[in-house]
Design a binder for this molecule. Structure first.
Ligand SMILES: NC(=O)C1=CN([C@@H]2O[C@H](COP(=O)(O)OP(=O)(O)OC[C@H]3O[C@@H](n4cnc5c(N)ncnc54)[C@H](OP(=O)(O)O)[C@@H]3O)[C@@H](O)[C@H]2O)C=CC1
Ligand SMILES: CC(=O)[C@@H](O)[C@H](O)COP(=O)(O)O
Ligand SMILES: [Mn+2]
Length: 385
């Protein structure tokens, strides 16, 4: 039985993780979880799964829920609460599905507590990949990718010698506006941006997908997970999201992982690895004859500027990816609140990157400082709008 701590149970990945747990009750059990602001959904999850430990965002919510539920359930709150869930004594694996760099500290603490990490929260690796991967090495802990592309690459690499990799090829749908020109992007709405062609996901990642910052974050995530230089990481536009990514080896062979666009597959693989659990018989399988044709093209870096910013920040390293991530989180929040236009997201990120003087090999304290300073800088820009 795998005992799971789930960070971000009320989100898109969190909900799909709970479905996977329900589908395999003899193998998977939820023992601890965190929720954000969605208290109503949180209540329903607690009633259904009876976790032993629950973290919420505020003391007020914590006190309220303590009065509603039996004393068998412990309630905690805030960033310390996230860490308590991540390090809960009875859990063996932590699935981190919170959004944003708030996921960094719980990940590091879970690694120190020797929990396996199933990582959906890509911002953690973008912000401080060197700290996370070093900690995983020191504590001999596995980081199992949940992000669909990285799970695909991880699956393609099973039984392979990493020295034979020529490159990895991350596929990208191109997001909600993949067929629009830059001129047409000037007046796009939040609603249109939230309408991803293939995946149903949380708001922040759906906007990232539309700017292609999602793919940029994934390039940096891949660099850390697979220990590859940026020259060996390619991005390929593939609008159907059927091939989830590929690895090209030095004998010219290319191995790909395919499947319908369904996050429950990589979530489940992170739990079942190195085994595989069967897919429920009710679930639709991949029928390539129904799809007919798959399409591929190279991304245009002038069209998708965020992709270029991510390769640049990743290549320089140090604190620059921290700035990239924090500026992006704040700019996307500003767009979702309708303070700025879609194209202003990339202008803000470019400004923040240009202004920053990179610090090499930053400590956690420096990462936190740079993250906070960048957020304040972007908030100042947003306040002028
Ligand atoms: N959705 C997807 O298909 C994929 C997502 N990912 C990555 O997985 C992560 C989660 O994405 P997704 O599920 O879409 O996001 P959602 O926005 O749907 O969910 C985020 C979760 O985090 C919680 N949360 C948000 N802010 C805080 C905070 N400050 N403190 C504590 N909890 C918080 C939310 O709580 P509440 O809702 O209760 O406020 C919710 O449970 C992201 O890093 C994303 O990039 C990667 C691949 C695919
Ligand atoms: C499901 C998943 O892993 C997302 O990160 C997805 O890849 C987003 O799609 P694009 O960024 O390719 O549009
Ligand atoms: Mn992805």
């Amino acid at each position: 039985m795998k005992k799971i701590s789930l960070l971000g149970a009320t989100g898109s990945i969190g909900q799909q993780t709970l479905e996977v747990i329900e589908q395999h009750p003899e193998k998977l059990e939820l023992v601890a979880m965190s929720i954000g602001e969605n208290i109503d959904l949180g209540r329903k999850i607690i009633q259904k799964f009876s976790p032993k430990l629950v973290s919420v965002m505020t003391k007020e919510t914590c006190d309220k829920l303590k009065n509603e539920f039996s004393s068998d359930i412990t309630f905690v709150y805030g960033n310390d609460g996230l860490v308590e869930v991540a390090t809960y004594k009875d859990s063996t694996i932590v699935l981190n599905a919170v959004v944003g760099s708030v996921g960094l500290l719980p990940t590091l603490k879970a690694i120190e507590a020797k929990k396996s990490i199933a990582l959906a929260n890509k911002e953690t690796l973008v912000t401080a990949g060197h700290l996370v991967m070093d900690a995983a090495r020191v504590h001999n802990v596995s980081i199992l990718p949940v992000d669909s592309e990285h799970s695909a690459i991880f699956q393609c690499l099973q039984g392979e010698n990493e020295k034979n990799i020529d490159k990895i090829i991350l596929t990208a749908s191109g997001g909600s506006f993949r067929d629009k020109t830059r001129e047409e992007l000037k007046n796009v709405t939040v609603e249109a941006a939230l309408n991803h062609p293939n995946w149903s996901m949380g708001a922040k990642i759906t906007i990232d997908s539309a700017t292609m910052m999602n793919k940029g974050l994934e390039v940096i995530e891949a660099h850390w997970l697979f220990g590859l230089p940026y020259e060996k990481i390619d991005v390929l536009l593939h609008k159907e999201s059927i091939i989830h990514s590929m690895v090209e080896f030095h004998d010219g062979s290319v191995i790909a992982q395919l499947g319908t666009p369904d996050m429950k597959v990589p979530i489940q693989y992170a739990f079942s690895f190195p085994d595989r659990y069967p897919m429920p018989s009710t679930k639709e399988r991949l029928h390539l004859w129904e799809i007919g044709r798959l399409h591929f093209s190279k991304p245009d870096f002038d069209r998708f500027k965020c992709l270029g910013y991510a390769f640049h920040a990743g290549g320089i390293g140090g604190t620059l990816p921290t700035v990239l991530n924090a500026a992006n989180e704040e700019a996307v929040a500003g767009f979702l609140k309708r303070k700025i236009s879609f194209l202003e997201i990339e202008n803000i990120i470019e400004n923040a990157l240009e202004k920053h003087v990179t610090i090499k090999e930053p400590s956690l304290e420096v990462i936190r400082q740079v993250d906070e300073e960048t957020r304040l800088y972007v908030q100042t820009l947003l306040a002028r709008k």
